[in-house]
Design a binder for this molecule. Sequence first.
Ligand SMILES: Nc1ncnc2c1ncn2[C@@H]1O[C@H](COP(=O)(O)OP(=O)(O)OP(=O)(O)O)[C@@H](O)[C@H]1O
Ligand SMILES: [Mg+2]
Length: 439
Amino acid sequence: MAMADLYSAALGTAAGAAIVLDEDLRVALVTGAAEDFIGGAVPRGVSAPAFFCGGRSKRPFAEALAAGRAVEATIPRPSDGKAMIRVRANPIVRDDVRVGWLLTLEGAGEANDDGAVLFHGMWTRDAKMKDLFRLLARAAAEDVTVLVRGETGAGKELVAQAVHDCSPRAKGPFRAINCAALPGNLLESELFGHAKGAFTGAVRDTLGHMQLAHRGTLFLDEVAELPLDLQAKLLRVLETRSVLPVGARDGVPVDVRIVSATHRALRREVEAGRFRADLMYRLRVIPIFLPALRERPGDIPLLVEKLVETMNKTNRRTISHVAESAMEALTRYPFPGNVRELKNILAYAYVVGDGARLELGHLPPEVAAVDSLAPSFAGEDAASFPDPESHDEKRIRAALVRTGGSREQAAKLLGLSRVTLWRRMRELGIAASRKRALK
Ligand SMILES: Nc1ncnc2c1ncn2[C@@H]1O[C@H](COP(=O)(O)OP(=O)(O)OP(=O)(O)O)[C@@H](O)[C@H]1O
Ligand SMILES: [Mg+2]
């Protein structure tokens, strides 16, 4: 074995997908895993910035390397530009002198056979979402404000965190504040801080999120709920790049990147006079529309698979298959609570069912029920869902009728364990005696 091959094999063992660059940023050593990852051979001696960043106009990664800074960046895969890869570059130093770089590549946006990508904790297989990830990576590199609009549970906070993590501010703080969670005066001092003596109980100078996020990112969740007077104050911060804590005399300079989120159409809030137009334009330099889960149905089976993988690790129960009927019900369900709701549904299934297969009967009744009610369902709100109790009761009674009252067989039919069926029957007041169950 040639020495270089031995070195790259050793490096592969130690660091996985890794590339060593010499001091001129030329590729010196590549592990097999790195080439697999990149999807092609990486020629030795080629300039890494050119190879990774090519002719793209924005090359923060290349620039950081050229400037000798350690850097972490998410960039499109050089071979096809489709998947995203995360590259981390650390200087190799000998006797206080940088002699090269070690690049490690990671699964942010790893391409699977089935086109699934992972971007900062977000799985998707959906083309629109992949476009969105590319836009996020590009927007993150600049210091522009980003406004994320999306339904509850769709991943707005993950998006905000991703913007921060991909940005040059990644090493700085990420602070999140929910503008809907606090009454106005509390929110004001949480956001902007307050001076000692500003109000009763203000016993010392206290920093607000604005200052705590200095050199980092501030995530303003539910920004549409910000009261008008605080909107004015926020606008002033953005315009003057300094913050005036409650009760303070002088402004304090702050360097903060704002990412905000809302489930509302901000434009409509502006029309209704509830939101300042000038602030809206300030906040939404890059507007991001996060599609609801039901608008990307291909992601449902993918997320089920990925979430089950993670939940298997922390649960008593291990699920290795999902019954077709259960998957069908899931893909038909409209998910008003999006990915968070899917997580909760799976958590329910882990508790309610047992065995290695996730059955239709392990799903919450409102999900299993979609089966027969599907077409008129999508887009309606949760209030119009059928009464889950009565649906569950009907299914159990029907199963008991079909099996002549045998609870053992009914349980099989429903995909429940005997114990679970018995528990549900008791909860629903379905009597254990055959006669009454049949009635
Ligand atoms: N694409 C995804 N892949 C994996 N997990 C996801 C994805 N999108 C969202 N999640 C998970 O779903 C949950 C909800 O996400 P998040 O908190 O970001 O939503 P949100 O839009 O901020 O919700 P809310 O409006 O209620 O604040 C989190 O547990 C998050 O990790
Ligand atoms: Mg949130």
